[in-house]
Design a protein around this ligand. Structure first.
Ligand code: 6R9
Length: 647
């Protein structure tokens, strides 16, 4: 923790949408009378039929139900595209920067409209209707945004699967939501390397009972792929055969917009379901106020559309606001570690939003690769995905932003739809490492293990006491799991899964997950998922996975593996297991360290004591706590002795 404080620069307090006094009064209004507050701000999007009801939500155990603007009728694609045509049809909507610095493309709102309408017609001709699920498995190319908006135009529900996931993971997600149509590309391109997306789709479909009816394939690299006649079609060929006029479906505020699978502490990934009206109001409002987006600004969020940050802050929030949003296909260190800063200069980016893991890895390369670029267009910086350590914060502030750009450290989750805790650049003083204060309408509370609400400066678990419009509505197909996961630990409150501290100024400091979720380079992984991949290997009898502190990734994946009798714990097997997990889940789940353990610490009832495994992985041998309840206390000694070292 750091005790430095950066006051709001006076130009910011004057020019930004809100200064501190304004924040205080708006925040008070938002929580004192949410119906009046959101009733007003709901008008920021266009409605075909205006709502008359605003908030209708309950966190009561057994009756959790979340509805916002429920009798309003609208369309997300209409709001992100059509409504801008008259005033800013020729303004650039999307700046696309390819993997190679030689490739980029500007897409105006008018061109965006044409692309979205054509693809919507392609989907409609293939029988996609309101409510149908469509899986999107694409690299970071403009077609990913076209596909999201084409689904929204039809009232179809998209489910984006990150291009780094394996065929197995993709198959599970396609089957879970029953999508009959997949939009993919021949190959992806990242850091000059090809990703075999279409081949992965074929392998996934082979595992799905009944397969899928349609695969639409964008030609990205032109690489040769198998096309199944009758099922597969090239995107460009299909779009050439339709008009660019497709009416926007009339969609109810509570009709689903998208499903996004995310990891939890137990079981397989959950399909987080977001709906239409409240989500768009919240995504667009947070985008405008938190990034202080003004017309003409060039805004860049480096996330992938496979994660929620890409949904809310590359596509929906910015486009609903008529912004110019930059979409980047590549990676921070290709072709050089100056790439981010070069792109900022090339496109004159004003607002830049990235993740601590990227900052930490670029920080390692020193200041020179940053300083050889200008970055004079930059006005505001943002951070998301994991806690940012004060050293990385200071470097971002001093070296990247040249002490001129406030940093908004934005805390939120796939489940929350948009940012919940964050500074507002014209209103909030900054403390490196703190996400600071709640956004309008958000009621954070800190509770102890028993659920007692703590007051003043304190540390405990973070819950949210009441609903906000961007909140997820259910786990797709499993409302009981939704209630169980988020509303049963502290009945009547939304449990975030994060620990947090609140200081004497009422500022929040997120300390990280308190459940069995680990955050690797800002990507959420359930330890249970990695464990089940490991035990699926024929030589593995048992596995336990925990996180450990990692300099760049934030957390790394530490796996304790017990082998089947007679199996030798060799280096080859270690490598084989790493590759096995990569194949089963995807490269983001590769264990950093594997320790072969003859036995795992278990209670007499057979439960693995992860607390002990976590402490060993963290090198905190002194604070293992009580080990006397273990069935065999002797295993701990062996585990400590054979602790794997960080590379
Ligand atoms: C948006 C996103 C959510 C988890 C969340 C928390 C961590 C995100 C953070 C942060 C500290 C921040 N997290 N932002 N922790 N400070 N500014 O990342 O969604 O992938 O669902 O992850 O990420 O632990 O619970 P998601």
């Amino acid at each position: 923790m750091s005790d430095k404080i950066y006051d709001v620069p006076s130009e910011w307090a004057q020019k930004a949408y809100v200064d501190d006094a304004h924040y205080q009064s708006m925040y008070a209004a938002s929580v004192n009378d949410p119906n009046a507050f959101w009733g007003e701000h709901g008008k920021r999007i266009d409605w075909f039929t205006p709502y008359t009801k605003v908030k209708n939500t309950s966190f009561d155990p057994g009756h959790v139900s979340i509805k916002w603007f429920e009798d309003g009728i609208t369309n997300v694609a209409y709001n992100c595209v059509d409504r801008h045509l008259e005033t800013r049809g020729d303004q650039v909507a999307i700046i696309w920067e390819g993997d190679s610095p030689d490739e980029s493309r500007n897409i105006t709102y008018r061109e965006l409209s044409s692309e979205v309408n054509k693809l919507a017609n392609v989907l409609r001709n293939r029988g996609v209707e309101k409510g149908d699920r469509v899986t999107i498995y694409l690299p970071m190319i403009p077609e990913a945004a076209f596909a999201m908006l084409a689904c929204a135009r039809l009232g179809a529900v998209h489910s984006i699967v990150f291009g780094g996931f394996s065929p197995d993971s993709l198959a599970g997600r396609v089957a879970d939501c029953g999508s009959k149509c997949i939009i993919t590309a021949d190959e992806g391109l990242r850091g000059g390397r090809k990703v075999p997306l279409k081949a992965n789709v074929d392998a996934a479909i082979a595992q799905i009972e009944g397969g899928v009816d349609h695969v639409i394939v964008v030609r990205r690299t032109g690489g040769k792929v198998d096309m199944t006649p009758g099922r597969d079609v090239y995107y460009d060929e299909a779009c050439a055969m339709v008009t660019d006029e497709c009416p926007a479906e009339h969609v109810h505020a509570e009709d689903p917009l998208f499903i996004l699978y995310t990891s939890g502490s137990t079981g397989k990934p959950k399909g987080v379901l977001h709906t239409t009206g409240g989500y768009l109001v919240y995504a667009s409002m947070t985008h405008q106020y938190i990034f202080d987006y003004h017309p003409g600004d060039i805004y860049w969020c480096t996330a992938d559309v496979g994660w929620v940050t890409g949904h809310s802050y590359i596509v929906y929030g910015p486009l609903a606001n008529g912004a110019t949003t930059l979409m980047f296909e590549g990676i921070p260190n290709y072709p050089s570690v100056s790439r981010f800063w070069d792109v900022i200069d090339k496109h004159q980016v004003n607002i830049f939003y990235t993740a601590p893991t990227a900052i930490r890895s670029l920080m390692q390369a020193g200041e020179e690769p940053v300083k050889r670029t200008s970055r004079s267009s930059l006005r505001l910086l943002g951070s998301v995905g994991e806690p940012i350590n004060p050293e990385a914060w200071e470097w971002y502030y001093r070296v990247v932003g040249e002490e001129r750009c406030p940093i908004v450290d934005t805390w939120w989750q796939t489940e929350t739809g948009g940012i919940l805790i964050t500074p507002l650049p014209g209103a909030t003083k900054l403390k490196p490492g703190s996400a600071t204060r709640p956004f309008f309408g958000v009621l954070p509370e800190v509770v102890d293990a028993e659920g007692k609400v703590l007051e003043g400066a304190c540390e405990g678990n973070l819950v949210i006491a009441d609903s906000w419009p961007g909140q997820m509505r259910t786990v797709y197909g499993d409302h009981e799991r939704f209630e169980q996961t988020y509303f049963s630990t502290y009945p009547g409150k939304y449990f975030t899964g994060d620990g947090c501290r609140r200081d004497a100024d009422g500022f929040y400091w997120i300390t990280g997950r308190v459940d069995d979720v680990i955050n690797v380079s800002g990507h959420r992984m359930g330890t249970a998922e990695v464990e089940s991949a490991l035990v699926a290997h024929p030589k593995v009898s048992e596995a336990a996975v925990v996180g450990f502190p990692h300099d760049i990734k934030g957390q790394g994946i530490y796996a304790y593996v017990t082998l089947m009798d007679g199996q030798e714990p060799t280096e080859e097997l270690r490598k084989e297991l790493v590759n096995w997990v990569r194949r089963e889940i995807g490269p983001i789940a590769s264990p950093d360290l594997i320790q072969f353990a003859p036995g795992l610490p278990k209670t007499r009832s057979g439960k693995i004591m992860r607390r002990i495994l976590r402490k060993i992985a963290e090198d905190q041998f002194e604070s293992l706590g009580d080990t006397s309840t273990l069935a065999d206390p002797g295993v701990v000694e062996d585990l400590i002795h054979n602790r794997q070292n960080k590379r």
